[in-house]
Write a protein that binds this ligand. Sequence first.
Ligand code: MN
Length: 257
Amino acid sequence: MARILVTNDDGVFSRGIQALARALDAVGPVTVLAPERNWSAAGHPKTMHKPLRIKEVTWPDGRVVHACSGAPSDCVALGLLGAVDHGPFELVVSGINQGYNLGTDVIYSGTVAGAMEAIINGVAAIAISVAWLDDDEVFEELLAHAAQIGARLAGRVLDDGLPQQALLNVNVPASSATDFQGIEVTRLGRRIYRDVVVAREDPWGRPYYWIGGQVPTGIPEDGSDVGAVERGRVSVTPVGVDLTCYPCLDVLRSWEL
Ligand code: MN
């Protein structure tokens, strides 16, 4: 059976990664290698100037997993390079993140970065995120539901493969656990960030800054991930690593630089 590497960006003890690993047990042998702390919105670091440490930790259910001092992208790099014994891995699954990763969120997301690191190295990958919920019990149900969707997609990816250098970015809305409206294949949509800068003064009179503000919204266009979750549907977006602006190529070539 295909070996699966599981990581996340909320930290190795978050509930999302525990639900995900449990569901993926049915698909293949699972190895968990995840950050020891929260790296949400930390993007895609490659830690090169300090050592990375891996230690074994035990989840409440008794499973022994690997906690790493690096980012999700470091965890996947280490896993694929053989730092833990259980490889080689045919699939990397990252999540389940608490909070959506829609549109340009994928640029900031440590969850997506974990999956991105896999496809850069030619290994198939899935990133899974769910709506942010405060209610503990409902959140647990949502995680279990999203984990089942993740396991189903993982099985399909292992059977059929994916186009080269594409990952699946999956977002599961809150209502989907109790009122499943199906899965929609989408493109990345448009996020609206409502950031504000808060300037304060430290005890020595020097200014410091927080980037804060309200939770981002988005434009719920048809066919986009933002639109799908807004309508209560699970969104699956194929995301590639090629950031070239193709419509710009002809324009720039016409400049005859
Ligand atoms: Mn996160």
